[in-house]
Design a protein around this ligand. Structure first.
Ligand SMILES: O=C(O)C1=N[C@H](C(=O)O)C[C@H](O)C1
Length: 288
C-alpha cells in the first residue's frame, strides 16, 4: 500500500479569544483518529497557517504529536524567503513526522525552472518525504506536468496534494505511477480514487470523517454503487463547507457540536449568517 493514502484531515486550528485552544485541538485529534482516518495535516490552508507565527505552528505540531503517532502526521511548510523556510523545515524535521506538505512559493509567480530549483533545494535538505501541494488558485502559479515529472524523480518527493484543477494532469500523474496522487479538491475525491489516486487531504472530512473513510474502502473493494451513493450524499455537505472562505463553515459546524469556538483569525471572519443557517439546517436534516 502507498504510504500516502486514505483520508488525511487538514486540521483546523481552534482559537479562543485570539489564542490557540490547545485542549480543543487535542480533542479534535482524538475525535478524527477514532473515526479511522489515515492521518492528519497540521498547518495546511485549513489550519490558517499564514495567521500563525512560526512558534505557534511548532506548538500546534507538538500538541498534535502528543495525540497522533508521527507516521500519521504531515506538516505544512510555506513561505517565500528561502533561508526562513529552510530554518522552519529544520525545526519541523526535528520532530517525528511522516512528511512535509510543501506548496509553491506564493505571490511571486516564478518560472517552472525556478519552481524546480525551489522544491529540489528543500527536498535535498529535508530528512522526511515531501508531499507537493499544487494549489495554483492560492499560490498564483501552476506546477506543470513536466515540472512535476522531474520533481518526482527526487527520492524524497513522493506524493502530491492535487488541487490543480486539471483532469488531464491528475490522470497523467496517476498513469506515471511515480507519485502518490491525493485529491486536494473535496469535490473530486471520488473521481481521483476511481482513476487510481491513493486518497485525499480533505478539509470537509472534519464532518463525518467515517463516511470519507468508508468511501476509500468502497472504491478499494470495487463497490462503485456504494461509493457513488456515499459520495453523492456527502456532496451537499462538501459544497456547504466551501460556501464561505475555508475554514469558516467547518469551524461553525464543529462549534455546533461544542468542539471549539467559532473563531477565526484576521483576515478571515466567521461564515456569514446565511451560510451558518444553511449549515445548521443541513446538519439538522441528516442523522448524526
Ligand atoms: O488545508 C488543506 O490542506 C486543504 N485546503 C484546501 C483549501 O482550502 O485550499 C481544501 C482542501 O480540502 C484541504
Amino acid at each position: 500500500m502507498s504510504t500516502f493514502s486514505g483520508i488525511w484531515v487538514p486540521l483546523v486550528t481552534p482559537f479562543n479569544q485570539g489564542e490557540i485552544d490547545f485542549p480543543a485541538l487535542s480533542s479534535l485529534c482524538h475525535h478524527v483518529m477514532k473515526q479511522g482516518v489515515a492521518g492528519v495535516v497540521v498547518c495546511g490552508t485549513t489550519g490558517e497557517a499564514p495567521m500563525l507565527s512560526d512558534e505557534e505552528q511548532l506548538q500546534v505540531l507538538d500538541v498534535v504529536l502528543s495525540v497522533v503517532p508521527g507516521e500519521k502526521v504531515m506538516m505544512g511548510l510555506s513561505g517565500t524567503h528561502l533561508p526562513s523556510v529552510l530554518a522552519m523545515q529544520q525545526a519541523i524535521t526535528q520532530r517525528p513526522i511522516a512528511a512535509i506538505l510543501l506548496p509553491a512559493p506564493y505571490y511571486i509567480r516564478p518560472s517552472q525552472a525556478a519552481l524546480e530549483v525551489w522544491f529540489t533545494e528543500l527536498a535535498d535538505k529535508s530528512s522526511v518525504p515531501i508531499v507537493v501541494y499544487n494549489v495554483p488558485y492560492r499560490t498564483g502559479i501552476h506546477l506543470e506536468l513536466e515540472t512535476l515529472r522531474r520533481l518526482a524523480k527526487h527520492p524524497r518527493i513522493v506524493a502530491i496534494k492535487d488541487c490543480g484543477g486539471s483532469h488531464d494532469l491528475t490522470c497523467s500523474l496517476i498513469a506515471d505511477g511515480e507519485l502518490d496522487v491525493m485529491s486536494g479538491e473535496d469535490g473530486q475525491i471520488l473521481s481521483t480514487l476511481c482513476m487510481g489516486g491513493t486518497g485525499a487531504i480533505a478539509a470537509s472530512s472534519h464532518i463525518f470523517p467515517e463516511k470519507f473513510v468508508a468511501l476509500v474502502k468502497q472504491v478499494e473493494a470495487g463497490d462503485l454503487a456504494a461509493a457513488r451513493k456515499n459520495f453523492f450524499e456527502l456532496m451537499p455537505m462538501i459544497r456547504l463547507m466551501f460556501s464561505a472562505p475555508n475554514p469558516a463553515a467547518i469551524k461553525f459546524a464543529l462549534s455546533l457540536d461544542g468542539m471549539m469556538k467559532n473563531e477565526l483569525r484576521a483576515p478571515l471572519l466567521p461564515a456569514p449568517v446565511n451560510v451558518e443557517e444553511a449549515v445548521k439546517d443541513y446538519l439538522n436534516s441528516v442523522s448524526r
